[in-house]
Design a protein around this ligand. Sequence first.
Ligand SMILES: Cc1cc2nc3c(=O)[nH]c(=O)nc-3n(C[C@H](O)[C@H](O)[C@H](O)COP(=O)(O)O)c2cc1C
Length: 307
Amino acid sequence: MSLAITLCGIALRNPVIAASGTFGYGVEFADIVDLNKLGGLITKGLSREPIAGNPAPRLWHTEAGMMNSIGLQNVGVKAFIQDKLPKLKKYSVPVIANVFGYAEDDYLEVIRALEDAEGLAGYELNVSCPNTKHGGIFFSSDPQSLAALIQQVRTVAKRPLIVKLSPNVASIPPFARAAEESGADAISLVNTFISLAIDIETRTPRIGAGFGGLSGPAIKPIALRMVYEAARSVKIPVIGLGGIANGEDAAEFLIAGASAVEVGTATFADPKAPERIANDLEKVVRRLGVNNVSELVGTIRFPNSAK
Ligand SMILES: Cc1cc2nc3c(=O)[nH]c(=O)nc-3n(C[C@H](O)[C@H](O)[C@H](O)COP(=O)(O)O)c2cc1C
């Protein structure tokens, strides 16, 4: 039985990837996690300059999840290339750089810098950021700005390009199609859901910056529905995430149409979560009686009355 897959040209030993923002730059986890057991790892979002991030509190625990507003704190692309990336060379795990910006030029500059660096398997674009040159409309909430951004990035990105979609839209298929038509090699979804928690004593938000992004098990059923809808709308591979905490969760995303999955918030409670979930998935796949994990992808069956 094989868990190995090839995702837009990247060979993964299993379809479980550590998600962006919950796994640092990978190196920080090397002492506690066997990086070579992961399908892949995605770095914290990288910007052209270092970013200090948002005021505290940045995290708030909800009933079945977590809100965060880290403010995309990161060391900046230059420090990543100089200090972090070389340390990952001794591992065989494919490393994917998560990239963001507030204007098309920001994205282009980060990708140009990364193109000259060795040791990366591909890019994941975080498009859930306001486009400050266009009145702050999020790239991820306007199919035209999304398409324009991806077309630009495509001109400089030679490595596989994954576009990470935001769930904060009324309908996901137009965004999935815009990504495919503008040259994305794959899409990943979901990013976090914009959310609010209030301290009733002070009547102020629980998160320093006001709103936060909701993640974890609370979002899993919505993420699954969106992954299903996206996978039906495009031919490029879909990577599913949102609340995955065990092998069965991962299998649900594969059955909904994802070719691979990412694990984010679960890593907060258990740094080994991506490795554990990959092991777990192997048992689940065996139990479901298929020889290759790819055989599960998109095999959801709706009763005739339901679809
Ligand atoms: C603390 C934290 C930081 C995050 N930082 C990033 C980031 O830098 N770039 C990005 O694309 N997504 C980021 N995300 C979103 C996650 O990668 C993921 O899309 C989301 O949390 C849903 O998956 P999960 O429920 O497994 O966490 C972050 C999430 C959390 C919880």
